[in-house]
Design a protein around this ligand. Structure first.
Ligand SMILES: [Fe+2]
Length: 220
């Protein structure tokens, strides 16, 4: 079965704690990872048919209840926090250790497999994420962090503040080991992969917090 991420719920972002490092641009580029994720830790995971941002498959590593599913946590009456490891997690110890090393509240943890798509194709898939549905007012705004797992020359994260406004566009060229954090409910985003191979990346939902802000600063 094919699923599609739904549009963001109507929440007022001003009701939540935001990290300074994302306030101006809506994203922060981190230093490259100082470790490598072995290929078998993401190639061999169990992937599910879940379309978001192109021809994609996702391997759930942490989900709402630890089940093998990509659905939003709200379907289990949870905000996108307090993720539970799935059976995939035992096969990717480097990824699990990395997520835990952030020492912050994580929700969905997934690797994405994105099949090739050029710039024009990618733009048809640009979207906002639904990160803060039923997130309690006054808590930390949920954002996402990426760790690129493969090298796909020419691949880039396309970010826009306005969906149809090319003048608001920023492109982040991607490479293996690259890390970044995006307020993906504020920034329209999609990845172009103009190669002939799938691009893999780790995507983790994280709750904004003072601790996470310090982590971003010490990793920037
Ligand atoms: Fe997204």
């Amino acid at each position: 079965m094919t699923y599609v991420d739904s549009a963001p719920s109507k929440v007022n972002s001003q009701d939540y704690y935001h990290m300074d490092s994302l306030k101006e641009n809506g994203f922060a580029i981190l230093k490259d990872a100082d470790f490598e994720v072995p290929e078998e830790e993401f190639i061999n995971l169990e992937y599910m048919d879940w379309k978001s941002g192109g021809d994609t498959n996702f391997a759930p590593i942490a989900s709402a209840l630890g089940d093998m599913e990509c659905a939003g946590f709200w379907e289990h009456d949870k905000p996108d926090k307090d993720g539970v490891w799935t059976q995939n997690a035992q096969h990717c110890p480097t990824i699990k250790k990395y997520v835990e090393s952030m020492n912050t509240n994580y929700g969905r943890v997934r690797t994405i497999k994105l099949n090739p798509q050029d710039y024009e194709q990618a733009l048809t898939q640009i979207h906002l994420d639904d990160n803060n549905r039923i997130n309690p007012v006054g808590s930390g705004w949920v954002v996402r962090t990426w760790l690129e797992l493969t090298n796909n020359p020419g691949a880039a994260m396309i970010l826009r503040t306005k969906k149809d406004d090319v003048t608001s566009e920023v492109q982040l060229p991607l490479h293996r080991g690259m890390r970044y954090v995006v307020d993906s409910e504020r920034m329209y985003h999609v990845v172009m992969n103009p190669t002939d191979k799938p691009r893999f990346s780790l995507i983790t939902s994280i709750e904004s917090s003072e601790q996470m802000e310090k982590w971003i600063q010490s990793n920037s």
